[in-house]
Design a protein around this ligand. Sequence first.
Ligand SMILES: [Fe+2]
Length: 276
Amino acid sequence: MRKKDTDHILSKEILNTREAAALLKVTTQTIKNYIYSGRLQAIKTPGGHHRIRRQDLQSIGFVADDSKGLQSLSRDDLWAAYSGLLGTFIETVEALIKALDMRDILTSGHSSRVAEMCCAVGTHMGLRDKDMQDLRLAALLHDVGKVGISDSILGKPGRLTEQEFFLVKKHCEIGEQIVSGVDYLRNVAPVIRHHHEFYNGKGYPDGIGGQDIELNARIISVADAFDFLRSDLSFRAPLSVPDTLNEIQSSAGAQFDPRVVDAFVDVVRERSHQVH
Ligand SMILES: [Fe+2]
């Protein structure tokens, strides 16, 4: 943009989306996204157009500098700020999940272990950065809905009755409802809902199958089962790693996505070779 145009826009207190986009060097659609997501305040004209106060642009990375007037933050500064906030967000989620895991004494540390395994499988399968972030968060939060299940059921030593299992199954929908109010977790909510779906459509809560189940939910499903089978529970001893892998492979195509099972087995075998 020419300096004359910039000065003209800077002289205005109220901007339209095109002028705001020109100042921030982004597209008008990006400005609209900021508005729709609530990150940027705007008012609507009677004709339905957005108007933005120039000072409100500071909330999305437009800074005032006494010596130079207004200028936008560099991409590096914005990226550093974004990464810092994202890191804090993930740490906060991890702290909350630790509290949840401590409540469910039978499976302490389960969510963290599942998240760690999911990340390894996601990397092996070549997931993109954003999908990996969503996978990590979904894996950490997959059982967050268990906060809505009573202690007497969660901590029950031994097998659950049919009625108790019916209540436990509700944790998928409760978890989805808990995170659905968080804009950053909008891709995570359906994954939490579907982490107990089966590849053959015989899981819960919706009975969907195959590719209709989000890939991240299919990955969590395998890691979740692996960690469960490897856990020392009061009613049975933990399975060995080879027995657990056999068990999971025998359910490929039924409970689990065969492609995910292959990747999972590769990751676990690579790790056991590194240990020995
Ligand atoms: Fe679960």
